[in-house]
Structure formats: C-alpha cells, structure tokens
Design a protein around this ligand. Structure first.
Ligand code: ADP
Ligand code: G6P
Length: 485
C-alpha cells in the first residue's frame, strides 16, 4: 500500500468482492500490516488484476470497525468498505456463511435462517453497491464476485445503468429443490439478474440457476439466455448465464518450481520429515466442505490395518484457519484436531509425526515447495465450486511426477479427468484410491500428469477472465446514467 488512488474519471474495471486481496492486521505497536487474504477468489482475481490497467477493487479489509482510507497497491486502487461488528456477525458469519454457504454446498451441514441476518445482508450489500457505483468510469465494467454480494448487481444497475455488470459465482449453485428452501430466494435471483452476464464454475451450476429462474420467477429461458421483463415503460433485458471454469496463474506457479530457494525448501521439507519414502499432502481451508474428516478416517484405517507404514509414509495436512467464530467451523476444528492427536498418539514414531498438521498460512514459495515434495495430493471435497489446490499441484509438477487424487464433487473434476477420481463418502474407495496412488508406477504418473498439465497450462486464469469479459462486452447494452442509490 502506498499513495491514494487517482480517481479522476473513474476506473474501467471495478472488482467488487467481500474481501480485498489484502487483510489489514494491527500490530502490537499499533501499526498496520497487510497480508494476503485467504481463499481461491483472491488467488485467482489477484493474478487477473495485476495485468489490468486502471483497475479498482472494492472490498472489506477483514476486521470489524472503521475502514482504512482508499489506497493504491500494485497499480490497483483499493477501496475498503467498513463492516461493523454487528455486520460481521449477521451479514458475514450469519447469512453468508451459516445460511448461504451450507445451502449452496448441498446442505452438508444444516443451513440456519434468521430474519435479522437477511436484513443485515441487504444493508451490507447496499453499502458495497454504494461504494462501487461512483468508482466505475462511464460505460465501464463492474465485476461482482461471489455469494456474499448477490444483491449488488441489481443495486448497481439502478444507480449506474451506463455500466456493464458481470457476476461470477465462485461456489456451486444448488439444485432448485435445495435453493427453494431459502426464504428470500426470489430476491436473490432478482439481485443476480441485475447483471448482464452471470458466470458459474460448472455447467450443472448454470443449469441449476436457469432452472430456478424459470421455476421460481417464471421468466422465459432459452438456452443460456434469460429474458427479464421490463418494469413499467422499461424494455425487457437479456441476461446470459454461462459456465466459465476458473483457473490459476499456471505459468507463474510452474515458474516458481525452478527457483533455487524453492528447490532448496523442498529438499529441506523432506529432510525435516526424516526423508520418508512417500509424502501425502492435503491443503485446505479448515472447512467442512473439504472432506478433511473423511480423509483422516481413511488414513487412520490404512495405518490401523497395516496397509501404510508410518515409518515410510507421512501425511501433511495444511488446514488454513477459516471463519473461526461460526459454530460448524469450531466443531470441525475440534474434531480434526482430536483425530490428528489420536492418529499421532497411536502411530507416530518417536520424534516424527504420522500426520503433520499445520493450522496456519504459508507464503506461495512454501506452498509450491509442499506441492513439489508431495508424492500424492488428496483433494476429497464433499462439494467444491472448483478447488484451485488441485490445479496448483498440477502446475507445480513440470517434472511429471506425483499423483492427484480428486473428488468427483469438486468442479475441477469436470476438467481434470486424468486424476484418480474418488467418491470421498466411500471410505473403502478412498482407501484403495490412496493406495493405488501411492503405488503408481512412474510411467503411469507421467502419462496422467502430462494430460493434466495440458489442461491446466492451456486454460489459465488470464484466459478465464478474458472469456468472461469478452462475453460481457458482447452482452451489455449500456444505457444513460440513472438516479443515485
Ligand atoms: P477455497 O477457495 O474454498 O479456499 P481453493 O482450493 O479454490 O479453495 O483455493 C484455496 C487457495 O488458498 C489456493 O490458492 C491455496 O493455495 C491457498 N491456500 C490454502 N491453504 C493455504 C495456506 N495455509 N497458506 C497459504 N495459502 C493457502
Ligand atoms: C471461498 C469463497 C470466497 C472466500 C474464501 C475465503 O474461496 O468462494 O468468497 O473469500 O473462500 O473465505 P472467507 O470467509 O475467509 O472470506
């Protein structure tokens, strides 16, 4: 962070997301430190915005209370939005992460509905819209991201009919039977339909959304195009709802593997673990959608029945702290840490773990070293929009070694067909897939990894952003500026 942004006539591309790419942390001496925000949305969009001129990002700086002043970082203008403690509890932890998140992830845990949470969601979405609307240049593009901000497209449209509005949903969109449980379902659909283009990770997400629009609002849907009737004398509008599978900055990740200090960190990691024959790795936010419990259960059984020897094979589980005040996340953390403790108590050789559990963030270089050291990566999500970890592992293996075990329920499974695909609910299936991955001959590893790399290196996040923005370019029908919010 350095100077204040030059707003002038506004920005041609404005990203609106719940989080800024960086979180503000207050140090003991009162100074502010900025650290990369967690999650796949930030990983992907940060790479995109680095290549854009005149870009702006509107979002929350990660702590309750007053927002920092707007500032410039890496050539991008950042506009912080304030969330008070009450908004954090009701809009962020409540409606976003205890209502929408579980509902959109196939109700793996029960969604909780509270009317006061909804009121806060509406008010906070309005605050984001108000912060974003004046920042866009005339005829510019506003790109709204994810489930926390589904009302923002309609709110921006009513203030700025001259801009093109895109929305991308980073998480799954549920089948109409589940979505219908949401008490405010029609308001959410109308909010999203303020966009010109609504993007989804998988074709099934786009189809679920189209079916909800048809069934719940009764709007005409033809292929991927929705006709939104005009109100009063306003003409009808067309909204496109399509699939744009997100990706990573594949070349940048792959290039890191050639850096001498990353290569040294990889070797050091193996030494620190006592040079095991095999390393199995899991990297996730500590979230119940990631199937960490299923993975640990399978691992525990493999150790218990003697199929895996803990003196030869080590599991590393990186579990990034996430949403720590939400009940289901507290419970998950307790269960995971209890299970890891049991596994280590029962099986770890003295001085070495059977499961090395890391509950913290790592920098990109350490993350790449982990991927380079891993013989097998387990992605066992019960439901996941995409899962960028799977793609990062593939991009980190130009040596064509290593095996990706990938859940059928992650969006990445639609593209990464050469992975060892698993149903994580089937513990026996997960165990045999893990053993197969551990025993896979080098020629077979190479063949699979070559095919996976063709997919990941050719379809990177820049290509993803380009295709979304191109669709938006064709779809938008800008009009004159309208009334203020
Ligand atoms: P989600 O968005 O649900 O968290 P993804 O797999 O799509 O899941 O994206 C997670 C991103 O966060 C990846 O870029 C991954 O490398 C990164 N990540 C996960 N855990 C950590 C960690 N402990 N430290 C640093 N980055 C992490
Ligand atoms: C996922 C979501 C993002 C979210 C991230 C981290 O990637 O799609 O919208 O930012 O998780 O979660 P958090 O609640 O910490 O922002």
């Amino acid at each position: 962070p350095s100077t204040e942004p030059q707003s002038g006539s506004g920005h041609e591309l404005v990203v609106v997301a719940n989080r800024l790419p960086v979180d503000a942390r207050t140090l003991p001496d009162g100074a502010t430190e900025w650290v990369t925000s967690p999650g796949g949305l930030v990983t992907a969009m940060e790479s995109v915005m680095r290549t854009v001129d005149s870009g702006a990002w509107v979002g929350w700086a990660g702590s309750p209370g007053e927002a920092p002043e707007p500032f410039e970082a890496d050539g991008m203008a950042l506009y912080p939005v304030a969330l008070e403690k009450d908004d954090v509890e009701k809009y962020y932890e409540g409606f976003s992460n205890a209502t929408l998140w579980p509902l959109y992830h196939d109700v793996i845990v029960d969604p909780v509905f509270h009317r006061t949470w909804w009121d806060s969601y509406v008010a906070t979405n309005r605050r984001f819209a108000k912060a974003a609307a004046p920042v866009a240049s005339r005829g510019g593009v506003v790109w709204v991201h994810d489930y926390q901000l589904q009302l923002v497209p309609e709110m921006i449209r009513s203030a700025r009919p001259d801009v093109r509005i895109g929305f991308f949903n980073h998480i799954p969109f549920p089948p109409v039977e589940l979505f219908s449980q949401l008490p405010k379902r029609n308001q959410i659909l109308r909010g999203l339909l303020g966009s010109d283009v609504v993007g989804f990770q998988r074709e099934s997400d786009a189809l679920n959304f189209l079916a909800s629009v048809r069934k719940l609002l009764g709007y005409q849907v033809e292929g991927h195009v929705i006709t939104v009737p005009g109100i009063g004398s306003a003409p009808a509008r067309e909204v496109v709802a399509k699939t744009f599978p997100i990706s990573i900055d594949s070349k940048a990740v792959s290039a890191l593997t050639e850096e001498p200090d990353v290569i040294e960190r990889t070797a050091q990691l193996r030494r620190d673990l006592g040079n095991p024959k095999k390393i199995v790795l899991g990297v996730d936010r500590l979230d119940y959608t990631k199937g960490i419990r299923h993975r640990l259960k399978a691992w525990q059984e493999l150790l218990n029945d003697g199929s895996v020897d803990p003196s030869e094979t080590v599991m590393i589980q990186v579990a990034t702290p996430s949403r720590e005040r939400v009940e289901a996340y507290k419970q998950l953390r307790d269960e995971v840490e209890l299970t890891v403790g049991r596994i280590n108590g029962d099986f770890a050789p003295i001085g070495r773990p059977a499961v090395s559990y890391q509950h913290r963030s790592f920098d990109r270089r350490d993350m790449t070293a982990l991927f380079m050291a891993a013989d097998v990566v387990l992605v066992t999500a019960l439901r996941d929009g995409m899962n960028l970890v799977a793609k990062e592992y593939v991009a980190s293996r130009p040596d064509l070694r290593g095996v990706l075990v990938l859940s059928e329920f992650a969006g990445a499974a639609d593209e990464l067909r050469a992975a060892v695909l698993v149903n994580p609910h089937d513990i026996d299936g997960l165990k045999s897939a893990t053993l197969r991955a551990l025993a896979m001959p080098e020629e077979d590893q190479e063949e699979a990894m070559r095919s996976l790399r063709r997919q990941v290196m050719d379809h990177d996040v820049q290509a993803w952003a380009h295709s979304f923005l191109e669709e938006l370019e064709q779809a938008g029908q800008p009009q004159d500026s309208g009334p203020a919010l």
